[in-house]
Design a protein around this ligand. Structure first.
Ligand code: VGL
Ligand code: ZN
Length: 199
């Protein structure tokens, strides 16, 4: 068992991000057995769940636009995604083989007007999710991250955590990427620059 100041953050291992889902990440389901095993090593396990209302502003359908195009939001450029992880649907549920008996499940992306890739802040980079306070009040200082997708929610979560002063490692063998237009390479570079240990 790892020391009590360490936590495992399991990001968005949900049906819509796995093969057959609305925003499927290639091989997304392959990481489930390894993530389940890794949970046994950590005194604190936190899962995140992408959790959008129908008609969310990150959905291409909301704008009459093509999926994977981009639009300018008040907070910056936003990729427009296929409808995914709609609250209460099977697509928003965790992969059925994923252990979900962790300590905390934090939902994000529920604000209709702002997407939230990061587990710490919405995409405006200022609206907190509350995860930082939870971790600090539990005395957690070191984070290991796994999950989906490497280049979006894992990336944003890892960079924010490093910026907040947490020690952060990303286990890339237990992550899978969307990888559009070089986004995976950019994410790996950005995480390393932010001081994340990319393993
Ligand atoms: C994610 C795109 C949209 C992710 C979530 O979990 O990486 N990507 N919503
Ligand atoms: Zn989403």
């Amino acid at each position: 068992m790892r020391p009590s100041n360490e936590a495992l953050i399991v990001i968005d291992i949900q049906n819509d991000f796995c093969p057959g889902g609305a925003l499927a990440v290639a091989g997304g389901d392959e990481i489930v057995p390894g993530v389940n095993t890794l949970m046994e090593d950590f005194p604190a396990v936190i899962l995140t769940q992408d959790w959008h209302p129908a008609g969310h502003s990150s959905f291409a359908s909301t704008h009459g636009a093509a999926p994977f195009s981009t639009t300018e939001m008040p907070y910056g450029t936003q990729v427009l995604w296929p409808d995914h992880c709609i609250q209460g649907t099977d697509g928003a549920a965790f992969h059925p083989a994923l252990r979900t008996d962790g300590d905390l499940i934090i939902r994000k992306g529920f604000n209709p007007a702002i997407d939230s890739y990061s587990a710490f802040f919405e995409n405006d980079h200022v609206t907190p999710t509350g995860l930082e306070g939870y971790l600090r009040t539990r005395g957690i200082e070191s984070l290991t991250m796994v999950g989906l997708a490497t280049d979006f929610c894992v990336n944003f979560s890892a960079v924010d955590a490093a910026r907040l002063g947490f020690a952060v490692a990303v286990r890339t063998d237990l992550c899978r990427a969307i990888d559009m237009d070089g986004s995976l390479a950019a994410a790996l570079e950005g995480m390393r620059t932010a001081g994340v240990e990319v393993r």
